[in-house]
Ligand binder design. Sequence first.
Ligand SMILES: [Zn+2]
Length: 312
Amino acid sequence: MRYGFGVDIFGPNIKFGFFDEDGNLIDKWKIAAPVLNEGSQIIPTVAKEIDKYLKKKGVSDDDIIGIGIGIPGPVNSSGVVNKCVNLGWGVFNVERALTGLTEMKVKASNISNLSALGECWQGSGSNNMVFMAMNTGLGGGIVCDGKLVWGTNGGAGEIGHIVVNKAEKEACTCGKYGCVEQYCSPAGIVRVARRMLVNTQTASVLRKKKFFDYKDVLKAAEEEDKIAKDVMNRVYDYAGHALAGICCVLNPDTIVLGGEFCKIGQPAMEGIVRSFRKYVFHANENVKFYFAALDTDACIHGAFKLVLDTFG
Ligand SMILES: [Zn+2]
């Protein structure tokens, strides 16, 4: 039997999955990511952890197919990370760095892309799917004919930066104006709510709070607060609008909603599907919507699938 790793570097933590060649997840665990000193110790820490684990299990390096690694930023198909602000990284080849330390084959990609691949492989996705997940921002990934779509420089699937509101005056973190992530994210929901409170006189429980987070907005919406419901409808409308546009290009059969959308549950599904139906092109009317099945393990599954697809 041969084995491999799926690794998810998602900021404060690094998650590891150890799989056999049949795709069974044997072990998973996480450790703190050493983000100091421009993240220079992250890859050496991954290498040490893998070495330690294999010694403990008594598995030879020769039985390892490879290591798949998810990065919270763009990675091109040659393994070059093009700046990763969360980890403090500049431009460097993460595959070469980890191979240098482990002498194992390494394949890297963006965490959202790998989550899409994970859902395609062992979750609720399909071979022609769009993955959209609300976490800190709005991430995405695309699988077309069973293959992860990378694009020219690893920038495919950046759904969060589709412009849906040309009238926006505040800049997105990417520097553009009106990206869907500016509304469809925890910080975005709070921002939409604050604006609505300023621009209307409508009564709302949110007016009584000096500070509120997006969970307060969700809770108020569940309790039929008019402003909070309008905020969430606006957020879902933008998400459905973006997805309907993506479908015009890809004609997928499945859309998988992940991250916080799963936690919100039915209201998110209903709101996004309602909006999608409003904007959809007729060839895409029968797209099926599902929640992600692998939750926060989607990335480690996708990372190992990438290893199997590349080196298996
Ligand atoms: Zn943007």
